[in-house]
Design a protein around this ligand. Structure first.
Ligand SMILES: Cc1ncc(COP(=O)(O)O)c(C=O)c1O
Length: 399
């Protein structure tokens, strides 16, 4: 670097590499089995891959419209109406972006002003804190309640001030898989009734429900959806996280401002991917894929938990999503960061990469909340899960 270059302070001095990148890199370095970062080790459906190739061959290779491929947005509108009864306008209330991430980020930049407070519930996905900080706001962290991480409306109420601009929800929650009930939405509605607080609902794991639970979207609450931007991800539901295609729903007056950011940071994304996804989802193959998704992931969760039965691992079965939180306090009392590093270093034969839960608490895990927990990604094929179970059992019973 040139001697004379005098760089200003970092805008994000406390941000390092995400824990997901860190653990995946460590897994690669030591050859450990990677059950850390949230991506499947199997491919998207063949018919979907073919639809994308067909879209490329049909010339869908230039910029998609800024708001997203028209066919894809019209499928999203129909699907959302079917699931939630909420009718979003295809022109002005649906935007497709580079994964849910780009739109969550754009929504925060568009609506959070310097000095604003934004409430997020912890464990919290790591994107929220730096996005709020870059917008000049501050994140107020409210922990989810109890050993199974449920909503604590009283705790949220106690953190609301005149400066609260937004509450970020993540339902179902990453990493815990815990969800909400419609009664929770009603209670939130009463809490916010005389405020102008906006909601940003990160619902990327919404369709992945276990044990017959019904996916619950904030879009389905007529009153709350008036103040809500709702994010979803095709990466999660189509086993295609690397394609980075997601979308945002919201009332036109909220979406208009989000698009002002989106059109300059992303503008538009993956035209043939969007067109291929639209064509797949409109086909019978696509409909079957979505209908089979809950049972598909539930069987993976069950394979994992069945394999660990009777061991010194403890858990509450994940209600949704493709992560399972495991409690290792029955056999190790070291910190979660310490154990995941050591378990990864066991290498190619017995090593396993997991995600510690403490990084999901931007201010640390508060007194009285669960510690000694790690996240396992079970979006893996049967053989990988069997091998993961073998290694997890070895950790809990080393002799
Ligand atoms: C809670 C949560 N929100 C958002 C995202 C990002 O989704 P996408 O890959 O569509 O950007 C993820 C990805 O892991 C996530 O876990």
């Amino acid at each position: 670097m040139a001697d004379s270059l005098n760089l200003p302070d970092s805008k994000l001095p406390h941000v390092g590499t995400t824990i997901f990148t860190e653990m995946s890199a460590l897994a690669a370095q030591f050859g450990a089995l990677n059950l850390s970062q949230g991506f499947p080790d199997f491919d998207p459906p063949e018919a979907l891959r073919q639809a994308v190739v067909d879209a490329m061959n049909a010339g869908k290779n230039q910029y998609a419209p800024m708001a997203g491929d028209w066919d894809l947005r019209s499928w999203i509108a129909e699907d959302t109406e079917r699931r939630t009864k909420r009718d979003y306008d295809v022109d002005s209330e649906i935007t497709v972006g580079a994964g849910a991430s780009s739109l969550l980020f754009a929504a925060i930049q568009a609506w959070v002003h310097p000095g604003d407070e934004v409430i997020a519930l912890a464990p919290a996905y790591d994107l929220y804190q730096p996005a709020v900080q870059l917008a000049g706001g501050s994140l107020v962290v409210v922990p989810l309640r109890g050993a199974d991480y449920h909503l604590d409306l009283e705790a949220i109420a106690s953190e609301i001030t005149a400066s609260t601009r937004m509450i970020i929800l993540n339902v179902p929650n990453n990493p815990t898989g815990s969800g909400w009930s419609y009664e929770d939405f009603d209670a939130l509605h009463i809490l916010l009734a005389n405020t102008d607080i906006l909601l940003l609902s990160d619902e990327v794991y919404g369709p992945l429900q276990h044990d017959g639970r019904k996916a619950l979207s904030l879009s389905s609450h007529p009153a709350l959806s008036q103040r809500a931007l709702v994010a979803a991800s095709f990466g999660k539901v189509l086993h295609a996280t690397g394609w980075k295609i997601g979308y945002l729903l919201g009332p036109a007056e909220l979406m208009k401002e989000v698009r002002k950011v989106h059109q300059y940071d992303v503008f538009s994304t993956g035209a043939p991917l969007q067109a291929g996804i639209a064509s797949f989802l409109k086909s019978q193959d696509g409909q079957h894929h979505l209908a089979a998704l809950p049972a598909f992931y539930q069987s993976k969760r069950d394979q994992l938990l069945h394999g660990l039965k009777g061991s010194r691992w403890n858990w509450t079965p994940a209600e949704s999503g493709y992560f399972q939180v495991l409690d290792y306090s029955g056999f190790d009392d070291r910190s979660d960061r310490e154990v995941v590093h050591e378990w990864c270093r066991k290498g190619a034969e017995n090593g396993v990469a997991l995600i510690p839960l403490s990084p999901f608490y931007p201010n640390g895990i508060p007194e009285g909340h669960p510690t000694h927990r790690v996240r396992v990604c079970f979006a893996k094929n049967e053989a990988t899960l069997d091998e993961g179970i073998r290694r997890l059992l070895l950790l809990s019973n080393p002799s």
